[in-house]
Write a protein of this length. Sequence first.
Length: 415
Amino acid sequence: MSQCEPVSSQARSWNTTICRTDMSIPTALLGIAILSCLMSAAVLGSLFQAKIPGVRQWCVASGMLAATAILLLLRRSDVAVVCGSALLVLAALLALQGFRQFFHQQPSLIWEYGALGAILTGLVHWTYISPDVNARAALISGFLAYIRFGIGWLVQRYRPAGRPKYSYYFVSVAAVLGAIVHAVRCAEYALGLVHETTFLEATPINVAFLGMATLTLPCLSVGMVMLAHDRIAERMERLATIDDLTGMLGRRAFIARAEALFDLTRAAKSKLSIAILDIDHFKDINDGYGHAAGDRALAHVASVISRETRPTDVIGRIGGEEFALLLPLTGKEEAARLTDRLRAVVAASVSRAPAADLVCTVSAGVDEFDASDTLASVMARADAALYAAKAGGRNCVMLAGASHNQRVEPSETTP
């Protein structure tokens, strides 16, 4: 017996060490979660000035999650558990609302508030009236699984076309992994496969749950930041591509599109024409009615041209009051006829301004690309035809020619 006592004493020592280690694991994981949430809140807070929908909700949700972890770390009394659990479900719902706002969807559903009320009632009931740690765990995990699945579905369903896919898939995978962890935990407690007597008891399932939550939560937070930066990048790309006043392509974007289209046209041996249009007497509009009226006139003419062109045509604002129009699969005679129709529609329209209603007219020059041309050369010929139209009385279309420019006569069907 005396030989067995040291062994028994050593075994007790090892059991005590293991128990203490197990008990420290939830505490360590909660500490990691606190740091992660605080860092996420700080990074998301730095993006407030960008005014991206949903970022404020994500930031507040991260702060609430940090407060939840701090509350549970400092004290695990019944009051702390109820308050921490309530903060947890509120933060989860707020994060989901942030994702909905980010994708310009309805921020919340009515029944979710009813479910939230039922969850809070259940927390109070299973804490004070009929204490049941397992029921609380199943209730909260089930709701969190719904939130995470909702985020994963939302990100994939409304992922904007043409944007890099990586950040959106990253968020979806992180959300779905978290949802699976919560769903498994909910099922285990609901089916009675796991039993607890105290909150966050150092059981294998709780350690695994906290470990996965600690892993997926920072990934989801990083994903939020990635989505916000993608939205900022999209804005910057749009500023570099689209003219704010008219909604047309800017000069640089139009030139790039024209060069690419010219290369395709040359390879396919098809036709491509270009028209350059300029608003007549635009300086007189600015001088006589103010720059606000000039901006309205620009936007009005651009709107008319955009509305009346074909879906395959490419339009851009290449100067102050100068526009360019690419007409694929179109010879210069047909392009001149279509451009003259645009001229007539613009002349028949009215630009509304506070000072006065203005009737704007445009002059245009048209030419066709040749296989031996460069974009610069054909634009130069169309531009020369435009100046000939200006010199010829304005409100007309000139067709560029080898020896001289030819005025396009309005057809009988032109409005």
